[in-house]
Design a protein around this ligand. Structure first.
Ligand code: UD1
Ligand code: UDP
Length: 355
């Protein structure tokens, strides 16, 4: 079985790692990096931490508008697919890389398998929601994190080839956390008080690209009763500079960190404040309370179980949330059993191995 597997943005490298490992026995995986993320700290650091093989192709598309970025992925990937002629193209998540890759494949008549299918925020102002809707509609195989995603797909009339496999992010987490324990010294290096700091991440376009919203987040975080560590996504770094927003001395701004350092930063936090999809789930994996700076989330199970709170981006609401909340006692296995990648590889072999 020959699979072309496409990655481009930070969370996709993490999602790819366990699946790549599972595909290695019995399949040929051609890894294509679109180049959507390209800074050392946004790309190479992950290939290193995850010990991912170097991609066979890097389309080096870089940053630009949604249209240009997606179009360049379409053009670049078409050439790769014509040359490689795989039986299936594997995409994950909801980025422009996911969308461009899926479109390039179906236009050539190559089936698409989508990991993290069926996730919905029901907010079409998010570029990611549009990507998810389109990619699920044109994919042949849908790998879902859980039953809620299966139901979301069913509500859109997508019922064939839908497999609830669990979350490959949990597979990655389970495998890499012990490695992170052995290698990461960041909490100590930064002098962070274990269990008594807040970890912040912000990168969603709705927060980073709206100077008023970003100003409210900065004002609230400056009132945190605990020290805050904030690995800053380059989009947000640029937006903060442009808006002239400044954090107080209680907030340590650092460059984006690698995956191993991030897991340890998350694990030792008292509270995680984020707008990231991956970080919301990792907070749950680690039983660390999470506050999400969004009006909605795809990961609604984390809210329903009481481990994640959605907060309006208003200064006083965020400040109130920073005090934290009493975490619930229950912690059901809503993201599967860390065997998602193996199941995905088996299903791909079964479906496409003999074509
Ligand atoms: C993208 C995804 C988002 C995902 C996030 C993960 C889309 C539409 N969005 O958002 O779903 O949650 O990745 O992090 O695909 N930049 C750099 N260096 C880099 C990468 C980006 O400086 O290596 C800067 C550029 O100014 C760029 C901006 O960040 O314009 C945004 O990058 P982009 O990849 O377009 O979107 P993300 O916000 O990263
Ligand atoms: N992450 C990381 N270093 C950082 C910030 C995030 O390793 O400085 C990891 C995080 O642990 C999670 C993934 O990147 O596994 C989430 O990516 P991001 O927040 O960029 O995107 P999203 O999940 O929202 O699509």
């Amino acid at each position: 079985l020959k699979v072309v597997s496409v990655v481009g943005a930070r969370p996709e490298f993490i999602q790819a790692a366990p699946v790549s490992e599972a595909l290695r026995s019995g399949c040929q995986e051609i890894l294509v990096h679109t180049g959507q993320h390209y800074d050392e700290s946004m790309s190479d650091a992950f290939f290193r931490d995850l010990q991912l093989p170097d991609p066979e192709y890097n389309l080096a598309i870089g940053s630009s508008s949604h249209a240009r970025q997606t179009a360049e992925i379409l053009i670049g990937l078409e050439a790769v697919l014509v040359k490689e002629n795989p039986q299936v193209v594997l995409v994950r998540g909801d980025t422009n890389s996911t969308l461009g890759a899926a479109l390039a494949a179906v236009k050539l008549g190559i089936p698409v398998a989508h990991i993290e299918a069926g996730e919905r925020s029901f907010d079409r102002s998010m570029p990611e929601e549009i990507n998810r809707l389109v990619v699920d509609r044109i994919s042949e195989v849908h790998f879902c994190v859980g039953q809620r995603a299966v139901q979301n797909l069913a509500a859109e009339g997508i019922c064939a080839q839908v497999y609830p496999t669990g979350d490959v992010m949990l597979d990655a987490f389970t495998h890499y956390l012990p490695i992170a324990h052995r290698h990461s010294t960041l909490v100590r290096d930064l002098g962070l008080p274990s269990g008594r700091y807040v970890l912040l991440t912000v990168h969603r376009s709705a927060n980073a690209d709206d100077p008023d919203r970003l100003a409210r987040i900065v004002a609230a975080i400056n009132r945190s009763p605990y020290p805050v560590v904030f690995p800053v996504h380059p989009r947000t770094r640029k937006a903060l500079l442009k808006a002239g927003l400044v954090f107080s001395a209680n907030v340590s701004l650092i460059d984006p960190v690698g995956y191993l350092d991030m897991l340890v930063l998350e694990e030792n936090a008292r509270l995680i404040v984020t707008d990231s999809g991956g970080v919301q789930r990792e907070a749950y994996f680690l039983s660390v309370p999470c506050v999400t700076l969004r009006a909605n989330t795809e990961w609604i199970e984390t809210v329903e179980t009481g481990w994640n709170g959605l907060v309006q981006v208003k200064e006083d609401d965020i400040v109130a949330a920073l005090a934290g909340f009493v975490p619930p006692t229950g912690h059901p296995p809503i993201f599967g059993d860390s065997q998602a990648a193996r199941k995905i590889a088996e299903i791909l072999m079964e479906n496409y191995g003999n074509r």
